[in-house]
Design a protein around this ligand. Structure first.
Ligand SMILES: C[S@@+](CC[C@H](N)C(=O)[O-])C[C@H]1O[C@@H](n2cnc3c(N)ncnc32)[C@H](O)[C@@H]1O
Length: 247
């Protein structure tokens, strides 16, 4: 799997690729990330990648032409290496929300060309002609698409075999279909009794019991309770009552 990332700030990616469990995904080659500094594809003495918006207004807009040149270079390189054709995804507040289903789909795919916007955004003509899908991190505005790209890459890396210490670990995570898309249960570790600012707190007794079935039942109930309390939208909608035809 290879992601090609078009960005004005490639240096933002490197620290994330060198630390943590996801580093294994990059080191093993399970997840390849090729960074493409957009300025390398700009022309002129100032290597401009942006200009003022037609129609006036604040801010600058990313030029379509350096993006096209970079995008075509990526596609040509991928073809030359025999890599499969992949979709081009733009990070944008207007895109589809980045959720587990999107991450799981990407973890099964061959990669993508990821476009990180900056400034007021990208010339719409590049989006219309070269972009297949748009992904949003949420209903807020970031300064650039790099954090969103990193979020996607990190979440994909966690799902790849051999990246987490325990292969089944991600299946216990919130939103995973293996736990019916529920939220995760609470976790505890040593010491058994801990004194916090609100007094002494003990680990739930069941977790110390060594009784595997009881522990699993407790965790399932905790997941259901947490989901109902914090994210009821994740639970299946209750069935509508059947109309009584005899009335
Ligand atoms: C300052 S933003 C532009 C926001 C744009 N004018 C708007 O209001 O929709 C610059 C870039 O950051 C990225 N970005 C900002 N917010 C984002 C979000 N919620 N999710 C994904 N990418 C985002 C996009 O790539 C965007 O082109």
């Amino acid at each position: 799997m290879r992601f090609d990332v078009i960005t004005l700030f490639p240096e933002l990616f490197e620290p994330f690729m060198q630390h943590g469990v996801t580093r294994r995904a990059y080191e093993s080659g399970a997840l390849q990330v090729r960074l493409w500094p957009l300025r390398d594809f700009a022309e002129g003495p100032y290597r401009r990648v942006d200009d003022r918006p037609f129609g006036g207004g604040p801010g600058m807009v990313m030029l379509a032409e350096p993006l096209r040149r970079c995008w075509e270079t990526i596609r040509a390189e991928r073809a030359q290496l025999g890599l499969p054709a992949v979709p081009t995804l733009l990070f944008s507040p207007q895109g589809q929300r980045l959720e587990h289903a999107v991450v799981a789909e990407q973890a099964q795919a061959s990669g993508a060309i990821l476009v990180c916007g900056r400034y007021e955004g990208i010339d719409q003509r590049f989006i219309d002609q070269c972009v297949d899908g748009q992904i949003s991190l949420g209903d807020f505005v970031l300064s650039g698409g790099e954090l969103a790209a990193l979020a996607l890459l990190d979440a994909v890396a966690r799902l790849l075999p051999g990246v987490l210490n325990d292969a089944l670990s991600h299946q216990q995570d919130s939103f995973n279909p293996a736990i019916a898309g529920l939220l995760d249960c609470p976790h505890y570790t040593r010491p058994e009794r801990w004194c916090g600012p609100q007094g002494e707190a003990a680990v739930p007794e069941v977790l110390l019991s060594g009784h595997h079935a009881r522990i699993e039942a407790w965790r399932l109930q905790q997941r259901r309770d947490a989901t109902l309390r914090l994210r009821p939208d994740l639970l299946p909608a209750p069935c509508a009552p059947v109309a009584d035809s005899k009335r």
